[in-house]
Write a protein that binds this ligand. Structure first.
Ligand code: ADP
Ligand code: MG
Length: 274
């Protein structure tokens, strides 16, 4: 079974999609087979992966309504090195259509189970709400990764999200855990951000990832080219931070996985030493 993670935060514009796309590309670069599930009708993760949401004939919507399997509906990110189960505006309707259907909160889980053999990681980009779509994500995930900006109100929103995770854990999915909080769009020159970052660490301890994603214009430019920032400009600070985050996540959740890039580096070092 792949590791299945929701990238969630009920606030919009906090870096969920940027995290999903760059984490996927970062994991792909270290030899992992990755699927992004775009659960946001805005389809930003789809477009940001270089898959045109307007021309897709099948999307996560068809999968949720059980009209298609993931194998039928997925596309591959031309530059990202991973697959995408895309979304477009049609998905907004699923919210209403699902309400009357059976197993409405488990549809995604069933679909991912059928595609489990194809992937090491499934990353679910959640919409900015705690809706039925997000619930489908949380019901099938092993963990939640929460990207957050270190601002005053960020902590307030976090309480609601942590409570939702606890409720889903208690009622729907005993496997669900909070994997960690990722500080994004970080600017160390801003005192308030440093203060909130310290508060986060004292309150959540180990749950705060060591990797910190800086505010970096290359990460913001990349989506308009349909390329993850990690691939668009690998030498940028933002790209390097996401690669470090991908490696930290692998160490944390799957310490047995060999990181193939380091393996390559080690082989190179060994051959040059010989
Ligand atoms: P969400 O999915 O939570 O709505 P996005 O990932 O779409 O958030 O990010 C919101 C905006 O901020 C986007 O325009 C994105 O390009 C930009 N952005 C995200 N992370 C960074 C970063 N580390 N540095 C600069 N801009 C960023
Ligand atoms: Mg988004």
């Amino acid at each position: 079974m792949p590791h299945i993670f929701c990238i969630a935060n009920q606030k919009g514009g906090v870096g969920k999609t940027t995290t999903t796309v760059n984490l996927a590309a970062g994991l792909a670069q270290i030899g992992q087979r990755v699927l992004i599930v775009d659960l946001d009708p805005q389809g930003n993760a789809t477009m940001g992966s270089g898959v045109d949401k307007r021309t897709l004939t099948q999307t996560v919507y068809d999968v949720l309504l059980e009209d298609a399997s993931i194998a039928e509906a997925r596309a591959s990110s031309p530059k990202g090195g991973y697959d995408v189960l895309g979304a477009n505006r049609e998905l907004a309707g699923a919210e209403i259509e699902l309400v009357t259907l059976e197993r409405r909160d488990r549809r995604l889980k069933t679909a991912i189970e059928a595609a489990a053999a194809d992937y090491d990681f499934v990353l679910i980009d959640c919409p900015p709400s705690l809706s039925l779509l997000t619930l489908n994500g949380l019901t099938c995930a092993h963990g939640v990764i929460v990207p957050m900006q270190c601002e005053y109100f960020a902590l307030e929103g976090l309480t609601d999200l942590v409570n939702t995770v606890k409720q889903v854990h208690a009622n729907l999915n005993p496997e669900l855990q909070l994997i960690g909080l990722l500080r994004v769009m970080f600017d160390p020159r801003i005192t308030l951000q440093q203060q909130v970052s310290e508060q986060l660490k004292s309150h959540f301890g180990d749950k705060v990832f060591d990797a910190v994603i800086p505010r970096n214009v290359r990460l913001a430019e990349a989506p308009s080219y349909g390329v993850p920032g990690v691939v668009f400009d690998p030498s940028s600070k933002g790209a390097q931070a996401f690669v470090a985050f991908a490696e930290e996540l692998v160490k944390r959740v799957a310490p047995n996985i060999k990181i193939s890039k380091s393996k390559k580096k080690a082989e190179k070092a060994a051959s040059s030493a010989a």
